[in-house]
Design a protein around this ligand. Structure first.
Ligand SMILES: Cc1cc2nc3c(=O)[nH]c(=O)nc-3n(C[C@H](O)[C@H](O)[C@H](O)COP(=O)(O)O)c2cc1C
Length: 202
């Protein structure tokens, strides 16, 4: 059987989501998938970005990460989306990308794929689950198969978010536990997509 195609599509202003996305890409590769790690386009004006040096620096540092486009979604059997929590919701940069998919959606090009999501917020109760659930609204509209991590691996009992890997960025960059949770989430999503692909081919 052809390997599963996995797209890891994320937005990150200051690097947290980038770190989680890289860990998810590692997990997907370990599970045998062909992986595309993609960042969505930045839409904030330069003066806003430059007002936060860490934001401007991260943009420069990740300029070589290819930008997500619609072909990445069409190509993928499984898509993991990563976004910072912004007032309890996904970042507008990721939403702008998702809202550019109408033609693909209309033609059924987003249905029957596996979807999963991960996030970060500054504070522990800052809206991680609401952000992941908000992405889920769109996955329903797309006719997606939502695969959350649940408590399906021992790491989940330490990292503690069954909705999707989540990190409290106010405490510093993601630690090994959170990165392993992201790897596990991606492995699980890829394994589910592989089972679906095999079943459909039979
Ligand atoms: C406009 C804006 C809104 C935010 N809203 C929240 C929020 O609702 N809850 C929270 O805990 N953190 C909030 N944050 C903090 C971000 O979630 C945090 O900086 C982000 O997860 C870091 O990810 P990144 O390093 O990948 O950009 C907000 C940040 C910005 C700029």
């Amino acid at each position: 059987m052809e390997p599963v195609n996995a797209a890891i599509i994320y937005y990150s202003a200051t690097g947290t989501l980038h770190a989680l996305a890289r860990a998810a890409a590692e997990g997907a590769e370990k599970a045998g998938a062909h992986v595309r790690l993609r960042r969505v386009a930045e839409t904030a004006p330069p003066e806003v970005i430059n007002s936060r040096p860490a934001w401007a620096e991260h943009l420069r540092d990740t300029a070589d990460v290819p930008q997500a486009d619609l072909d990445d979604l069409a190509w993928a059997d499984v898509v993991l989306f990563g976004t910072p929590t912004r007032f309890g919701n996904p970042a507008s940069q990721l939403r702008a990308f998702m809202e550019s998919t109408s033609a693909l959606w209309f033609n059924g090009g987003l249905a029957d794929k596996v979807y999963s999501a991960f996030t970060a917020s500054n504070t522990p109760h800052g809206g991680q689950e609401s952000t992941i659930l908000a992405l889920g609204n769109t996955f329903y509209h797309w006719g997606g198969i939502i695969v959350p991590p649940g408590y399906t691996d021992p790491v989940q009992f330490t990292s503690g978010n069954p909705y999707g890997t989540s990190h409290v960025a106010g405490g510093g960059p993601p630690d090994d536990v959170t990165l392993e949770a992201a790897r596990h989430q991606a492995r699980r999503a890829v394994n589910t997509a592989a089972a679906l692909k095999a079943g459909r081919a039979a």
